[in-house]
Structure formats: structure tokens, C-alpha cells
Design a protein around this ligand. Structure first.
Ligand code: PRT
Ligand code: ZN
Length: 225
């Protein structure tokens, strides 16, 4: 079992957020020796443990109170919250701040020859996505119903493979859509990485450490602007 008196921070092990997350903590003066294969890393100079996991697991770890802090994309966080709410839960967490990396948008994209005139065109179509709840929240504003094709990867090939009519996926440069003959037709959510804290009691020493780290993060981000 991990030592509960130490601050537990969950971050992505390997992926688009891991380098920036590592860098941010390093710039805050937290000395961590991250060995590639290790799930847990211990800070040498502060009572902080770093848990390195799949990004999808981070919101749940914070909401369930298993870790104190998480660094995760707002897209993944919001989808998890909506998923838990759909299950009748009332997930709680505190958003400490938005970060200055991991920027992307969740967009609906269709084959280039699709004649898009508005959300109504999507009625009853099949949409390939990893984000069914964010998509439903968006399209329900227009009373549009849709069928899903749930995929955790290779979403952009679904129309060509005949699995779906359109997709709803993350976009940053747009190169992936372009390479797969797709056009971006609706931006439904804009995301960045963010820092979240679990709800509930925090010991005074832990809270003081969080405050110290937050002040440093503030300084680091300001200096980069
Ligand atoms: O293994 P693990 O589950 O931890 O990682 P993952 O593969 O699920 O996620 P990862 O590392 O790809 O992304 C982590 C987070 O980075 C996402 O949840 C977003 O918050 C953020 N992010 C920022 C992005 C992108 N930009 C992005 N472009 N996540 C994914 N993409 C993908 C997108 O899905 C598509 O395949 O990149 C492709 C599009 O990029 P462009 O530049 O071609 O438009
Ligand atoms: Zn993931």
C-alpha cells in the first residue's frame, strides 16, 4: 500500500500528455526519477508519489479518492463524469486549474463528399467515437439522435471501413482527418490538460504542499506566457 501521508499525483504514463506533465512537475522543483517501466515514482525532495497510468484511468482515480491530484485532458475528465452521471452516480472533484498544454478539439468529421448543412443532417446516422457522452450532450441540443460505433482507436478509418457514416474524434492539426479523406464539420468541445483534486478531507500538511505546488505551477505557466 502507498504511504497515505504523501501527496499522490496521477499522470499519463506514456502519450501526448506525459512529457509536458513530467516537465511541469520538474519545473516546479519536484525531483522525480521516472524509470520507464515503473508504475510508481517517488519524489526525492518532497513527500510526493507519482502514479503513472493510462489517461483514461486518471479521472476515476481522483473521483474515487485513490489519488489526491490528477493531470488529465478535460475531454477525458468530462466524458468520465458524464458516464458516471449516466450510471446514476454523482461524481465529485475540484478543478484546480487549466494547464497550458494538451490543447485539442473534439469534432465531428464526415467524408469529404458529405454535403453538410447543419446538425440535423446527422439524424439517425452511425457515428464512430470514443466520446459517446460528450457527443450525445452536444447533439441533444439539436434533438438529433444517432447510433454509435464505440472505438478506442483508429476512429478515423471507420467511415472508409464501412463501420460508421461519420466520426467524432480529437483533432489538433487536422492532418489525420485530411489523410483519411474527412472534413471537420462541427467542433463540439475544446479541451486542454487540467489539474484536478479529489474532494474531501485533506490533512493540513498535504493541503499546504498542494498550495505550494500550485503557486509554483502558477509561476511556471506565467513565465511561459
Ligand atoms: O495510453 P493512454 O490511454 O494513456 O493514451 P491515449 O492513446 O488514450 O491518449 P493520447 O496520448 O493520444 O492523448 C492524451 C490526451 O492528449 C487526449 O485525451 C487529449 O486530451 C490530448 N490531445 C491533444 C490529443 C490530441 N491533441 C490529438 N491530436 N489526443 C489525441 N489526438 C489524436 C486524435 O485522436 C487523432 O488520432 O491525434 C490525432 C489527430 O491529430 P492531428 O494533429 O492529425 O489533428
Ligand atoms: Zn487513453
Amino acid at each position: 500500500m502507498l504511504d497515505n501521508s504523501r501527496l499522490r499525483i496521477a499522470m499519463q504514463k506514456s502519450g501526448r500528455l506525459s512529457d509536458e506533465s513530467k516537465k511541469l512537475l520538474a519545473q516546479c522543483g519536484i525531483k522525480i526519477n521516472l524509470q520507464e517501466q515503473r508504475l510508481i515514482a517517488f519524489a526525492e525532495n518532497m513527500p510526493i508519489d507519482i502514479l503513472r497510468v493510462r489517461d483514461d484511468d486518471i479521472p476515476g482515480l481522483v473521483i474515487d479518492g485513490v489519488v489526491d491530484i490528477g493531470i488529465v485532458g478535460e475531454n477525458v475528465l468530462e466524458e468520465e463524469v458524464l458516464d458516471r452521471q449516466a450510471e446514476g452516480e454523482n461524481p465529485q472533484y475540484k478543478k484546480l486549474r487549466r494547464l497550458d498544454f494538451g490543447g485539442c478539439r473534439l469534432s465531428i468529421a464526415a467524408p469529404r463528399d458529405f454535403n453538410y448543412t447543419g446538425p440535423e443532417c446527422l439524424n439517425d446516422l452511425r457515428v464512430a467515437t470514443t466520446y459517446p457522452h460528450l457527443l450525445r450532450r452536444y447533439l441533444s441540443q439539436y434533438n438529433v439522435s444517432f447510433k454509435t460505433c464505440l472505438l478506442n482507436g483508429s476512429v478515423e478509418v471507420a467511415p472508409r471501413a464501412g463501420l460508421a457514416d461519420v466520426i467524432c474524434d480529437l483533432v489538433s492539426s487536422g492532418a489525420t482527418l485530411e489523410a483519411n479523406g474527412l472534413q471537420e464539420i462541427e467542433v463540439i468541445y475544446k479541451s486542454k490538460a487540467c489539474l484536478i483534486q479529489r474532494e474531501g478531507e485533506m490533512s493540513a500538511t498535504k493541503q499546504a504542499l498542494i498550495d505550494k505546488v500550485m503557486t509554483r505551477i502558477q509561476g511556471v505557466i506565467q513565465a511561459r506566457e
